[in-house]
Design a protein around this ligand. Structure first.
Ligand SMILES: [Zn+2]
Length: 406
């Protein structure tokens, strides 16, 4: 099959005007000018007319569990109050509610042109009951704050449930809810098998206060639920994370550095940046612009992280702190804040960059022969820079192809 469009954005250089992509089964086999593609390939032509064809988008951080919490939690005074509020909402939900919520989320991300998602779930046991309509990396969100002695058992149970999924990973929730032992074990598993890791780190000012000063609302909250607080009062969250990471790295391999996809990093001190400059490690980072604004976090240090060579991606986070699951809206929100970056580079943050973070830089995120046929088409007007138009688009679309299927 040949798909023609007025503009094709391959993410491999300049836009192709009057371009086309040849597809065989679930793979891209050719891309170029329509005339050349027609000469080189047989098959029916599907004409997208004036639309722009581009790779399907990749959401690098989401919790579809909480799709049903849209609009339920207004912004709170503190991050800790938000944790209390979401815990209260979660107490009302049953496994059936979560299944419906995840399915509703899948339908919504797809509507907004997302063909791959890195999705954290607190309920890995539900995964065997779900069929994802897009490419999904299931990350088991792991918390052992009340039962650190059960870390191994918690991880083993999650892995058992995720085995049925094609792509999965492990997500120690955050330094304040997952024990050092749990982080260590996840890292050992990642080193042995080809498993990706993600975690929330240095998200809020309260997390910084907890680890650095042993004070503040999050510190008090965690202390009250029985967390041992002897690791608080001397370190920044990033410093603590790097310490944990490096102390379990007896078996450290070269590819280990980019196993981690780190969400947030809003709170970094100058000493943290010195640490990052000295350390050779360049893990992947995911920023969620609208969830960041909802919480009114400190400014995300995009330019500083980018200049150090970090691979930075965008994600929506969950609807407990966002209004919809559109990556187009995330790109627009990011562009409003960051003026030093081109629209093309912003589009890379939802295509090429997250593909790299998922170790899929040779299969998704670009339109290139041999890559998966994950494509979307967006209505654009003639003339203007197509990258600008895509980033400025409201994300409504009526054509999407996932794994070769329209
Ligand atoms: Zn999250």
């Amino acid at each position: 099959m040949i798909i023609r469009a007025r503009t094709v954005l391959t993410m491999d250089g300049a836009p192709i005007v009057n371009g086309a992509v040849a597809i065989s089964e679930n793979q891209i086999v050719d891309v170029g000018k329509f005339d050349e593609i027609k000469t080189r390939n047989a098959g029916k032509v599907f004409d997208l007319g004036e639309q722009t064809l581009l790779p399907g988008l990749i959401n690098a951080h989401c919790h579809l569990d909480y799709t049903c919490l849209r609009g339920k939690i207004p912004p709170q005074e503190t991050f800790t109050d938000w944790i209390r509020a979401i815990n209260a909402e979660k107490a009302r939900l049953s496994p059936k509610d979560y299944l419906a919520s995840i399915n509703e989320g899948f339908a919504e991300v797809r509507r907004f042109g997302t063909t791959t998602i890195a999705n954290l779930t607190a309920f890995p046991d539900l995964v065997p009951q779900l069929t994802s309509p897009i490419r999904t990396w299931w990350f088991a969100e792991l918390i052992d704050v009340r039962t650190p002695e059960r870390a191994k058992e918690i991880i083993d149970l999650a892995i058992e449930s995720l085995k049925s999924a094609q792509n999965w990973g492990l997500a120690p929730h955050a330094l304040f809810t997952a024990s050092k032992g749990l982080y260590h074990r996840c890292q050992e598993i990642a080193q042995r098998a080809n498993v990706l890791l993600t975690t929330h780190l240095a998200e809020s000012h309260e997390e910084m206060e907890m680890f650095h000063d042993a004070s503040g609302p999050l510190y008090e909250f965690m202390k009250n639920i029985g967390r041992p607080m002897d690791d608080c009062g001397s370190t920044t969250p990033l410093e603590y994370f790097l310490k944990i990471r490096d102390s379990s790295n007896a078996l450290r391999s070269a590819r280990n550095d980019n196993d981690w996809l780190i969400a947030h990093l809003n709170e970094l001190t100058d000493s943290d940046f010195k640490l990052l400059e000295r350390s050779k490690s360049r893990f992947n980072v995911v920023h969620s612009p609208r969830s960041h604004d909802y919480f009114n976090h400190s400014q995300f240090p995009f330019e500083r992280l980018r200049s150090l060579g970090f691979n930075i991606c965008l994600g929506t986070d969950s609807l407990a702190s966002n209004e919809n699951l559109s990556l187009f809206a995330e790109m627009r929100a990011f562009q409003r804040r960051e003026h030093g970056i081109s629209a093309e580079d912003i589009l890379k943050m939802v295509t090429v960059n997250p593909a790299m973070a998922l170790h899929q830089e040779n299969t998704i995120g670009r339109i290139r022969p041999g890559f998966c046929a994950d494509l979307i088409a967006v209505q654009c007007s003639k003339g203007d820079n197509p990258f600008e138009q895509i980033v400025g688009s409201d994300g409504s679309m009526d054509w999407i192809m996932v794994n070769g299927k329209m």
